[in-house]
Design a binder for this molecule. Sequence first.
Ligand SMILES: *Cc1c(COP(=O)(O)O)cnc(C)c1O
Length: 381
Amino acid sequence: MRNLKQDLAHRKQKGLYRQQRLLQSPQGVETRIDGRDVISFCSNDYLGLANHPEVKQAFIEAAQQYGVGSGSAHLVNGHSQLHHECEQALAEFTGRERALLFSTGYMANLAVTSALTDRHDAIFQDKLNHASLIDAAKLSDARFKRYSNNDLSQLRHLIEATPARQRLVMADAVFSMDGDLADVPGLVKLAEQTDSDLMLDDAHGFGVLGKKGGGVCDALELSQQQVPILMATLGKAVGVSGAFIAGSDDLIETLIQQARSYIFTTASPPANASAIMQSLKFIQQEAWRREKLFELIDYFKQQMQSLEVELMPSETAIQPVVVGENHRALEISEKLFEQGIHVVAIRPPTVPAGTARLRITLSANHEKSHIDRLCSALSKV
Ligand SMILES: *Cc1c(COP(=O)(O)O)cnc(C)c1O
């Protein structure tokens, strides 16, 4: 067997060792972690819905009525009435013909490549795409090409130079570790011009962007024809867990028939679907959550400017501070924790080598006073 002890020690030495911290309270802004009360700035619960009383109530009532486990895969007998209603709600919300639920976003991304590509096809991805998109392409039989971040002229060149029967472009709509948006209008145009299929992963836009919170396609008014494969997760701004893919009836039917990560796995608990539906109502009806979040983002950026801390060009709830060196990022994160602020150090391979960072995220449940505490702690380290 490999020398695991040595591998682990090596990892520690390079500042790449990852450690779980123990959350001893509900997900939220004021949390208890490892026995300490801390303000959290690293959750993806952007709208503060993960611990919302009515979302919890929807989950509890569904568990009372439908039980906890789904019992089997969707194509056996695990596809409950609640999953079905949730899929209808997601299709309606996104303005797509149909939607399909997955247990996780990772699995939804695998579904796209496993159902839609084979060895005659080619997949194109931004180098900064989320690991689950990269893995989805690696695990497929298709050719796989990556272009530099947002470099659409390189993408065009790759598409034109790669022989393939079908071309699939897969892109993060909001880059998960940088917080900026992909050039989505550019991608839509390029996909049209090169007769490629476009898939957007809107994990960090769904719920947050757009007037109704429908994500990047809501914000930019992109139709099903322009973005034929739309994926988003339900464990971030939606505050529950799982993911969905929305698109044409034929797309969804193909995924049901062919996506291995859909077919060969147990359906998520039906209560999840119920909580998701409740959360979707808040997302659509309570625009104040997004308005407050964007006010806080502005406030945070102003405060950081007066501290002369450089931020990345992000307009979203993801506001990373690049530190560079792994050990330095870990040390800052540790010092912040001692001052009651929880921000994790993100290191390779999640981000490129030499760009370790504090990935600060904001939530509609934060108050300006929380941000003041973060800034004062940051100014001390
Ligand atoms: C979180 C995330 C995923 C994975 O979703 P899970 O439901 O956590 O598996 C996929 N894509 C992006 C861009 C993400 O940020």
